[in-house]
Design a protein around this ligand. Structure first.
Ligand SMILES: C[S@@+](CC[C@H](N)C(=O)[O-])C[C@H]1O[C@@H](n2cnc3c(N)ncnc32)[C@H](O)[C@@H]1O
Length: 246
């Protein structure tokens, strides 16, 4: 089994357990979006600044690894033509449930973002990529794919973890070297233990996250930092969101 299949199954499990990133927005939240608000998240707590969006009506938006019925419905309510790519059946199903409940069209694509994206060159006006590339081992090919499927002048909005969070255990003791990569660096027993708890995650680095986008050809336009609700977030910013232009 590919490691990405293991992670997709983890997301199916977390969806059954109703983990926060699998619970679709409510009808009231959808109604607010119909009234013109665009409250979407690339990182846990701070909504993406509305000035990061130009008019999205009729724009083609790819929600990349963005299933769960949280961000896609908000874009759909604001008149965008939305495609959601995800590798978890349960996360795609959550999108389907919201679309049927609210009566809008959405394109759902089951695919593994570590592979070539199943879209033609220059298909999308915007890619919205909430924190998720921590579930793939090599992100450079993904940044290149994002560049390929975006139209010229299009924007890539991406959220990702601060790599430093992978240094620590829950007691905030330093227990890992970076880059954190349980596929490359753990023995089978250790690997099975992390799979049970958090799936296969990879820390990456600022060089591969921000530098990788620049190497793929993007121009960085803006960024902000955010925190989670975990203990470490009392001490440092644990997430970053970037806006980049093709
Ligand atoms: C933190 S969630 C992001 C979606 C969440 N609903 C949100 O809007 O923030 C991470 C998502 O990445 C997806 N994912 C993980 N590995 C993937 C892969 N290799 N290819 C595509 N999607 C993947 C998961 O299924 C999950 O839906």
């Amino acid at each position: 089994m590919k490691y990405t299949d293991i992670n997709a199954k983890k997301w199916d499990e977390w969806s059954k357990e109703k983990w926060i990133w699998t619970v679709p927005i409510t009808q009231d939240q959808y109604q607010e979006a119909l009234n013109g608000s665009i409250k979407v998240y690339l990182t846990p707590q701070i909504p993406v600044p509305e000035e990061w969006f130009s008019n999205i009506r009729n724009k083609k938006i790819l929600g990349l690894a963005s299933g769960g019925g949280q961000q896609g419905p908000i874009f759909a309510a604001n008149g965008a033509d939305v495609t959601i790519l995800d590798y978890s059946d349960a996360q795609l199903n959550a999108e389907r449930i919201v679309a049927e409940r609210e009566g809008y069209q959405i394109n759902l694509v089951k695919a593994d973002m570590s592979e070539r994206l199943p879209f033609d060159d220059e298909t999308f006006d915007m890619i919205f990529h909430p924190v998720s590339n921590t579930y793939i081992q090599d992100i450079m090919p993904l940044w290149k794919e994002c560049y390929r499927v975006l139209k010229k002048g299009g924007h890539l909005l991406a959220g990702f973890t601060n790599p430093d969070i992978y240094l620590f255990d829950e007691e905030l003791k330093v227990v890992n070297r970076l880059p954190y990569d349980p596929l490359a660096n753990f023995n089978e027993e250790e690997r099975q233990e992390v799979i049970k708890n958090e799936g296969l995650q990879f820390s990456h680095s600022f060089e591969t996250q921000i530098g990788g986008q620049l190497k793929a050809g993007f121009k960085l336009v803006d960024l902000y930092e955010d925190k989670g609700t975990d203990d470490l977030s009392n001490y440092m910013s644990t997430f970053i969101a970037t806006r980049a232009e093709k």
